[in-house]
Design a protein around this ligand. Sequence first.
Ligand code: PLP
Length: 336
Amino acid sequence: MKYNNLLDAIGNTPLVQLNFKSEARIFAKLEYLNPGGSMKDRSALYMIEEAERLGILKPGGTIIDASSGNHGVAVAMIGKIKGYKVIICVFEKCSNEKLQTIKSYGAQVIVCPNTSLISDPKGYHSVALELHKNTPNSFMPNQYFNITNAIGHEMSMGPEIWKQTEGTVTHFFAAAGTGGTISGVGRYLKKQNPNVKVIAIDSNHSFRATNGNPKPYKIEGIGMDFDTPVLDKDVIDDIVEVSDENGLGMLKTLSAEHGFLVGPSSGAVAWAAYSYISKLKPTDVAVIMFGDSGRAYLSKGFYDYEEVTKAEIVLEKPAIEEIEIHMPAKETQINL
Ligand SMILES: Cc1ncc(COP(=O)(O)O)c(C=O)c1O
């Protein structure tokens, strides 16, 4: 594939079969291979270009939003390419890698305390709204409440999965945060074949899963924690609740045994799909979304399979009595 612009390289990610012990075929949609490292490139691009089309986002403007990290990375990358200033509010739980990535694109990052309720005035969403109100010529994609978030996925990932499976897909599994991915892709697939089953993955500690008594959880990006028009409940057939223990526990299996170094939400999705296997028929074709890469979470220690082995060479007697080290002269030039 050859593109004139990085933005044109968003999407068209591979679909790769997983060798889970199942008679049904299970494919992973490798969304971490998008230029910004997640499927959020698709929805962010759609929301930003829709705002440009409507004249809400004008040249010289500032894009401000709240994000669990990946939407922020996507907005920062797209904003840089299109020449906008970008400010992203994240919560403390956001991995340092994602935070540093947003900054690497030249965007400003504001870290807000972790909160259980999206309406908390100290939380990242409220801070972003306030900042947007007080910043002239600013646009807030507002991914948590803007229905074009889901439309972005309906227009891009949905048709790709349908085409890549040649219309044979029977199940789609994805983690739900804003609900944009599961709703958009689910809607597209169900329009093609109403029998396709759409399965959302939620944290077992989310607002929805605990009937309004949310508890903290470590998995980033997922959690049905608020009522939003982005989530299209009509297309969701089933919701699987996953604990931190099960979702994060799956990460080591995926990386060290299957070669997929994926992020925590993908661990939760893989665990949910694995626990669903007994419900699948041999003719079924399940697609599960791997939303981002484990490289964005390495510092969290989720993948520490074994200690790094330090080479220790113990010599009875030094092999060489004296070693002369010749340092290059200061003015030595290294030509790359
Ligand atoms: C890696 C990852 N997976 C899943 C999700 C949830 O996707 P959505 O917000 O479209 O529901 C997110 C959201 O940020 C994410 O970053």
